[in-house]
Design a protein around this ligand. Structure first.
Ligand SMILES: Cc1cc2nc3c(=O)[nH]c(=O)nc-3n(C[C@H](O)[C@H](O)[C@H](O)COP(=O)(O)O)c2cc1C
Length: 221
């Protein structure tokens, strides 16, 4: 798959088959993530790749936090979006929930959906991306680039992903299970697996703003 095809065809997948991604494929995906550009090649990213019992343990622990009604307490606080950002968020968010078949008034259904999000949508594999607390906001730019390299490489190998801020809702749980010190900040979870195409959560297509809304051209006819 060429890079343009991968960029345009990749989508977030939120329903996975149970079959795990083979170790060699995960290795190739991680090679691509590690090849990302970063500020003066500082390579701020660190990754915990999860499979088998470790993935099961993490998913169970995160799901248990949700079931216990624990509020998210992320290392980087959940952002408050307003104006056009809130509008865009709502358009796709509402359409996704509709396509999932969760009625608007079904608060319990929404709560279950949010809880499954925090537990990697039960994907067979996951990656937790984290970085050192000494780093600045600039390193978050590098982390985002690495996340996209990882997701595009995965797509190339037929592996679907979903970037999940929700999966780092309980960073202390991740630090404890992954034996990480307090000085490491949990940035992003990424669910990985083969899409369960029978579910709308695996086939949902997000929308994009038209080019004229976000791109201005200078010095052209
Ligand atoms: C930093 C980041 C955090 C995200 N967190 C979540 C999340 O917590 N839950 C979720 O369902 N999707 C999450 N996503 C996926 C976005 O919702 C998705 O990328 C966006 O709607 C565009 O859809 P697409 O990935 O299918 O193109 C996240 C994406 C990014 C880049």
């Amino acid at each position: 798959m060429d890079v343009i095809e991968a960029i345009h065809s990749r989508r977030s997948v939120r329903a996975f088959k149970p079959a795990p991604v083979p170790r060699e494929v995960l290795q190739a995906i991680m090679e691509a993530a590690l090849h990302s550009p970063s500020w003066e090649n500082t390579q701020p990213w660190e990754f915990a790749v999860l499979g088998g019992e470790a993935m099961k343990e993490v998913k169970e622990a995160l799901a248990a936090m949700g079931q216990a009604g624990e509020k998210p307490r992320m290392d980087f606080p959940w952002p408050k979006f307003t104006g056009p950002y809130m509008d865009r968020l709502k358009v796709d968010g509402r359409r996704l929930v509709r396509e999932l078949g969760i009625p608007k008034e079904d608060r319990d259904g929404m709560r279950r959906w949010r809880m499954s999000m925090r537990a990697f949508f039960d994907a067979p594999n996951g990656v937790v991306m984290y970085m050192d607390a000494s780093l600045s906001q600039w390193s978050l730019v590098d982390m985002g680039i690495a996340a996209e390299n990882l997701m595009l490489a995965a797509w190339h190998y037929g592996v679907a992903t979903c970037a999940l801020a929700a999966a780092v809702a309980y960073p202390d749980v991740l630090r404890s299970l992954l034996n990480l010190p307090e000085s490491k900040r949990m940035v992003l979870g990424i669910a990985l697996g083969y899409p369960d195409a029978s579910k709308p959560a695996a086939t949902f297509q997000s929308s994009r703003e038209p080019m004229e809304a976000l791109v201005t051209w200078h010095g052209f006819e």
